[in-house]
Design a protein around this ligand. Structure first.
Ligand SMILES: [Zn+2]
Length: 302
């Protein structure tokens, strides 16, 4: 019996001795239409922390202030160097078993769809089927165009540097003592589509709208399924828009909800839900392996 999985509707944690599956494992196994909502906690054990927490500094700047359109207008070179630093760290980080477990679920379940609030590209690098992934905050692996109205999007993948001028010096440039190379605006990548705007990191900045393309894809998935059998909330407090809204919409289509998080949020959890505490890189692969009848030894190598 798993000692760390709580079904709030059944504190005996119903456990079939015949098939050795927990109630959540059984639910994943039998569910056809599964929605997942992914947040920063999924990538924590890959060594990536949230960069934009209040009060954190990048060199002498408030980190949060670098993730804005006004910062890019003020100093596009510095903002590009900030994002090249983030790209370099994200690309150096390995996807963890939690990312691979979700990629495996996407592969195994025809009607699986994940909404990701992460920009680190780790789900993509774990092989998560891109047609079943909506990165609603964008991705560090892409660039777009800073010119309003230009629809340019480029998949850069893990290539570093984005352009030669953005090569970073040795050392951690978060530290202002590490000198940044001189880069001219003309050395930054220009948009090949409109040939006017600068390319910019393909992420959503504070104050910007979420990309309509991914919101529409999510809406279409929700409308295409007769019901949502299960919603997996993974590594996110799901308190901010639109994450909280998706919990509501999934419940309206009949979903039970399984929360994989470090801490339980009593305001979001309802009777019949599951709460699985702990590092999702450990808990999620174990339950996915159980649901898909994979050996538990495979949980770390899904
Ligand atoms: Zn453009």
């Amino acid at each position: 019996m798993p000692s760390d999985t709580t079904n709030l509707n059944d504190n005996s944690m119903s456990w079939s001795t015949e098939d050795r599956k927990s109630s959540l494992g059984q639910c994943i196994a039998s569910s056809q239409h599964i929605l997942a909502l992914l947040g920063a906690g999924l990538s924590a054990s890959s060594g990536l922390q949230t960069f934009t927490g209040n009060g954190t500094l990048w060199r002498t700047y408030q980190t949060k202030s670098m993730a804005t359109k006004s910062a890019f207008a003020w100093n596009p070179v510095l903002v590009w160097q900030f994002y090249e630093d983030r790209r370099q760290k994200a690309i150096a980080a390995p996807p963890n078993p939690g990312h691979f477990a979700l990629a495996k679920l996407a592969e195994s379940k025809e009607h699986f769809f994940a909404i990701s609030q992460n920009i680190d590209g780790l789900s993509e690098r774990a092989g998560h089927d891109l047609s079943k992934l909506a990165p609603i905050h964008g991705s560090l692996l892409t660039t777009t165009c800073a010119q309003p109205g230009c629809s340019f999007v480029s998949w850069n993948g893990s290539a570093l540097p984005t352009v030669p001028a953005l090569s970073l010096p040795p050392g951690d440039i978060t530290d202002a003592a590490v000198e940044l190379p001189d880069v001219r605006i003309d050395d930054l990548p220009l948009c090949p589509k409109c040939k006017y705007g600068l390319q910019r990191p393909g992420v959503v900045w504070f104050g910007e709208q979420l990309p309509q393309e991914h919101l529409t894809r999510t809406d279409e998935w929700l409308e295409s399924v007769p019901s949502v059998d299960l919603l997996l909330v993974v590594g996110t407090s799901a308190r901010v828009f639109p994450a909280a809204e998706y919990i509501h919409r999934a419940r309206a289509k009949g979903a039970s909800v399984a929360f994989f998080n470090l801490e339980q949020d009593d305001d979001l959890i309802e009777a019949g839900d599951w709460f699985v505490p702990g590092d999702v890189a450990t808990t999620l692969p174990r339950i996915v392996a159980e649901a898909l009848d994979l050996p538990q030894a495979a949980a770390n190598t899904l």
